[in-house]
Each structure stands twice: as C-alpha cells, then as structure tokens.
Design a protein around this ligand. Structure first.
Ligand code: FEO
Length: 398
C-alpha cells in the first residue's frame, strides 16, 4: 500500500491489517484494524509521527523508500503497534531524533532498546517548528498508557491523536465513510481500551475544546474530517450518566441459572428497564464491554462450581473490574447444587467497581416460587434506582 496525501504537507503512511481478528490476545477485532503513521513535511524539517506494528514493518519500510529525509520521529505512545518499527526508522535515518514524553522516552528505551541519545523528551505544550508547519505536543496521560501524548498541527488544525479517538477498522479509504459503522467500532475501541481511564479522558476532552480541530487523525481506523462526530461520542461515553440499562451476563450449566435469568429479564422489561443479556459461554466480550459503557446495573448470573462462581462468570467479573464501568448497581443470581460462596468470591473480584450491591438471589436447584418472587423484587429494586437516577436523584459520578 502506497503513501496517501492528507494535505499538501501531510501524508498518511502505514498499514491496513485486514486479517487481524484479535488484539492483545484478548480483544476481538471484527473489522480488522490499521496502523496509521503520518509524515509532516515542513519547509525546513520533516517529522514522521509514529510507526507501525512490527508485523507490518516491511510495509512502512517500502513507503519510506520514497522519503529521503526524516529529522524527527514523534512517538505518541510506546506500545509496539505504534512504536515497534521505530528501530528500523532510526537505522534508515541516522540523523533522526525521537521525540516522546519523559515517560515515553523511558519506556522506549526499556522496551525497544533505543539509546538515550536518540530520544529527546518533550514538555507538555512544547512546540516544534518544521519551518512553515508547527507541531504542538499535548501530554495526554492514560490514553491508555501513562506516557501517551497527542500532536496538534497548528497551521492545519489537525490533531494526531494516536489511540485516542481511534477505531479498529480496516478500510481502503482514508476518511470516515459510514459514520454509523465508525461509531460502532469506535465505541468498541473505547469500551475495551479507554473506558477504565474515562476520568483522564474527560479532562483531555475539555482541554481540546480550546483548539480549532479541523481534522482528527488517529493511529487506528479512518480519519475524521468532521471531528464533532467522535468528540461528541467520547463526551457521551466518558461523562454521560449511566442509562436505564441492566446488563445481565450469565453462564448456566444445567439450565437452572438460565431460567432465573429469563425470569429476571422478563420482570425488568415489564418494569421498563432496558436489558442486554450475554451468555458468557458464547458472547463476544467486545459487545459486553460496549454495553457496560452505558449500563447503570450489572447482574452476574452464575451457577456454583466447586464451591465458587463458574469460571466464565469469574472471567466476566474480572473483565468488568478492569474496565471500571460507571455502573452504580450490582447483583448476583444463580443456582447451586449443594452450597458454596459464589457471591462472596465474585464480590472479591470487583474491588474497582463503585457500586451498591443489590440483594443477591441464589437458590438450591431450580428456582421455586419464593426465588422467582425474589427475582421480581430484584427487578423492582433495579427499576426504582434507575428511575431515581433519571430524575437526578443520584449524583452523577465520573
Ligand atoms: Fe494502539 Fe495502545 O496501542
């Protein structure tokens, strides 16, 4: 794939990874992804912004064959899908200097073995003149590592945002083509990568309001010629109040827990609560993560296995704990054969969740009349709290 012009002075370089289906050996990528690097050619100096995943090093190397000079390599983020080909770039351009945040500099030295004299730390707000183009570096820690930053090309109003505002989409075109598709992919990306850092992200979004953004150029997925699309979506995801939505994530061995889930879901629906149900044995965890962006309540359904929660339910609890969603309420339901401590063990897995735990409903074997009524009461508790939230009865938390 050849370099493509973004403007007279800016080119897209990088690779489209049509086939990648898993990121970090964890995150499903239904639409592939791209690793976007950019070349900014000022009248005096040339800067390469990021590189590509090591698996695509040869693609970038072939594109650089037409680039006689690189003075700076801006590393927004030390994770290897962006930094992994920087050693090749430095070998190719012996005069080039890497620019990164102070923490980024340390990480690049540790993780890529770059030598200290090839990397200069840049300060927050520092400007780099390339002649008739100027890059301004904005430190954006925890998007999603502690060392991350973005660059603003002042003369063109372009924000090079790296992971921030990105989406895992492989496409032949450079820009957003289908806004609905991009929002879906961007939400999946936010849910899996950015959601745990929404407090930091909210601050960065406020800061960006002071910039004239005409183009957002992330390092994954298409470029946004209408930045409001992705900025408004991020504001809603990061700072909006939870919605009237309960996520019910469950696993069931012999059908008893599933029957309890079905009763709870019917009862929640009858009380006006939106529900998304995930069978953890088969679910796409990206979809579960996306639902957690909006949900006010999480209910985990689990049978008791060997005295504790089913490992599938424990996995979902660990995932929710890592994602730190803005849910306010949590409950556990499920069936057990002879006893155990499923609720206690699940509760111990979610210390990061700032939730009120609503009455668990557990029963020995299939649910009987009393347990079904308890599930209806649980649905009532959820509905009442969601109603209070909608009326502003609960202070919004970030
Ligand atoms: Fe796309 Fe955090 O790397």
């Amino acid at each position: 794939m050849n370099a493509r012009p973004v403007s007279e002075r800016v080119s897209w370089l990088g690779a489209v990874d049509w086939d990648r289906r898993l990121f970090d050996s964890l995150i499903p990528l239904p639409d592939g992804t791209s690793y976007n690097a950019y070349l900014v050619r000022g009248s005096e100096k040339v800067a390469l912004l990021d590189s590509v995943d090591p698996s695509m090093r040869a693609v970038l190397e072939a594109q650089l064959a037409a680039v006689p000079r690189v003075d700076y390599v801006v590393s927004h983020h030390a994770e290897q899908d962006h930094s992994g080909a920087i050693p090749m770039v430095l070998e190719r351009y012996p005069q080039a200097q890497v620019l990164a945040t102070p923490k980024g500099r340390a990480l690049l030295m540790e993780q890529l073995g770059l030598s200290a004299e090839r990397i200069r730390a840049v300060q927050d707000g520092e400007r780099l003149s390339l002649g008739d183009r100027t890059l301004e570096f904005l430190h954006t820690p925890w998007v999603h590592w502690p060392e991350t930053m973005v660059s603003y090309l002042r003369e063109e109003g372009t924000l090079f945002s790296c992971d921030f505002l990105g989406s895992h989409i492989a496409q032949s075109g450079l820009y957003v083509e289908d806004e609905g598709q991009v929002l879906e992919a961007a939400k999946r990306y936010y849910a899996e990568i950015m959601q745990p850092f929404r407090k930091s992200i909210a601050k960065h979004l406020v800061r960006l309001e002071g910039f004239d953004l005409r183009l957002v150029a992330p390092s994954h997925g298409p470029l946004h010629a209408r930045p409001a699309l992705i900025l408004d979506a991020y504001r809603a995801w990061a700072t909006g109040a939870p919605k009237n939505l309960a996520v019910v994530a469950y696993t069931s061995m012999h059908g008893s827990t599933r029957a309890m889930v079905e009763r709870l879901v019917r009862s929640l629906g009858a009380k006006g609560v939106g529900v998304q149900v995930f069978d953890l044995a088969v679910t796409d965890i990206g979809k579960l993560a996306m639902a957690l962006v909006d949900a006010a309540t999480l209910v985990v359904g689990t049978p008791t296995v060997l005295g504790g929660p089913h490992p599938g339910a424990a996995y979902a609890a660990l995932l929710a704990n890592a994602l730190r969603p803005k849910a306010r309420w949590l409950s556990v339901i499920g069936s057990y054969g002879w006893g155990g401590k499923a609720v206690e063990q699940l509760a111990a897995l979610v210390p990061n969740l700032e939730v009120e735990v609503l009455s668990p409903v557990l029963c020995k074997g299939p649910a009987g009349g009393a347990e079904l009524e308890a599930l209806d009461r649980l649905a009532g508790e959820v509905a009442a709290r969601h109603a209070a939230l909608a009326e502003g009865g609960a202070a919004q938390k970030l």
